[in-house]
Design a protein around this ligand. Structure first.
Ligand code: SF4
Length: 399
């Protein structure tokens, strides 16, 4: 039975200032006559551009949106909305989509934090309004909040923190019972997906934005550096385009703000270390994770890479990755790049036993175990995988 409540609906202007991605928010600018060009260069919109850049850079530094963006405090709902439009426009024109994905995570987390922090009728009203505008079936019944089964499955699939598995939920009348915090987390996922999709731009607009915002893009590269090889190891440059499909998928998963299993996280860090990545690059690979915690990640990366005096754990073999559901040699149908959607013939060759072997065959350089940061060769035992099984004898293949 649906519960009727008497809280007044939110004022639209405030609602769209807080949730500028909701359909209908464009009504805030009904009388402004703005254009893409004016938003990018008209002095009248400088305030919106300053806030838009702050949103982008804050997300690059802090995708979990733990820190407040100071400029929000004094911005009107209209300026907030324009700054959101500006950020979305600029990120759609960025040379790499990594910043857009990180921004989508941060913006969605900011919204869900607000929804979680509200109480009583105010929270009910905002949860209901945001869900309805995002076309998510969230209903408050006499027994509490319920999410339609189809929406629950759609939104909960990539969430790994907490326990969102359907078997652990109470399902009633074709819907899943959730507490308000969980409802907010599911809406966060809906928002993230919406924002992670770049808005389509013509090539002219892309070039215009890149010309205007070169400084911002430079700052993003500085804050979100490309993978870097660590100093002192032989081999030189990292070649992410030569990484095997499983590792590319793991990186994509995190960049898109989705959760990666513990086995995947371990495999990624161990692989990047053997490919010669420095510690910052490895930590950076996890920044998009919804539960990213800098100090915990650093500790774990250090654990994986510094074992045996810097030799590090051995990344799991293909067979182990397959047993964890992490092998994507058949192609990843959700990948944006056609190359990642296709089956990879090299992965089906009999000789292919290990992701590092794949990387080496494709022309990447693998740091030999004795080459630890330029140090002397040291015999070592096989590192464990995360399956909990005893360590296997090391393959005789050269990885
Ligand atoms: S076959 Fe091996 S290298 Fe290729 S995707 Fe699967 S686990 Fe990765």
């Amino acid at each position: 039975m649906a519960v009727r409540r008497s809280a007044a609906p939110l004022d639209d202007t405030s609602l769209y200032g807080e949730y500028p991605f909701l359909p209908g928010a464009e009504a805030l600018l009904r009388d402004q006559g703005w254009t893409v060009r004016s938003l990018l260069e008209d002095p009248a919109y400088e305030g919106a551009r300053v806030l838009g850049r702050a949103r982008i850079l804050a997300a690059a530094d802090d995708p979990r949106a733990i820190r407040n963006v100071a400029e929000f405090a004094t911005a009107t709902p209209e300026v907030r909305y324009l700054s959101f439009l500006f950020a979305r426009l600029v990120l759609a024109a960025a040379p790499s989509m990594a910043a857009l994905r990180r921004w989508a995570v941060a913006e969605s987390k900011r919204s869900s934090s607000r929804l979680e922090s509200l109480t009583g009728a105010e929270q009910e009203e905002e949860l209901r309004t945001v869900a309805s505008k995002l076309h998510a079936t969230l209903t408050l019944t006499a027994d509490g909040w319920e999410v339609g089964l189809v929406d629950y499955l759609r939104l909960a699939a990539p969430i790994r923190e907490g326990d969102f598995r359907l078997v652990r939920q109470e399902v009633r009348r074709g819907a899943v019972a959730v507490r308000s915090q969980r409802a907010a987390r599911l809406l966060e996922e809906a928002i993230r997906r919406t924002l992670a999709e770049p808005i389509p731009l013509t090539e002219d607009v892309v070039q215009f934005v890149r010309g205007r915002e070169g400084e911002l893009f430079g700052e993003l590269v500085a804050r979100m550096p490309l993978p870097v090889a660590r100093a002192g190891v032989p081999g030189g440059t990292l070649r992410p385009d030569r990484f095997p499909p499983c590792i590319r998928k793991m990186r994509r998963t995190l960049q898109m703000g989705e959760n990666l299993s513990h086995a995947g996280r371990f495999a990624l860090a161990a692989f990047l270390h053997r490919a010669g990545a420095d510690a910052e690059t490895i930590v950076d690979a996890y920044r998009g994770a919804p539960d990213f915690d800098e100090s915990v990640t650093r500790y774990q990366v250090e654990n994986i890479t510094q074992r045996d005096g810097g030799v590090g754990y051995e990344p799991p073999e293909c067979e182990t990755l397959r047993s964890h559901g992490l092998c994507v040699r058949d192609g990843d149908p959700t990948a944006p790049d056609p190359k990642d959607r296709a089956r990879d013939p090299l992965c089906f060759e009999d000789r292919l036993r290990h992701p590092l072997q794949y990387y080496r065959i494709r022309g990447g350089t693998v740091v030999e175990r004795g080459d630890r940061d330029g140090g002397p060769a040291t015999p070592r035992a096989e590192g464990p995988d995360t399956s909990g099984r005893p360590a296997r004898p090391r393959s005789t293949d050269r990885r």
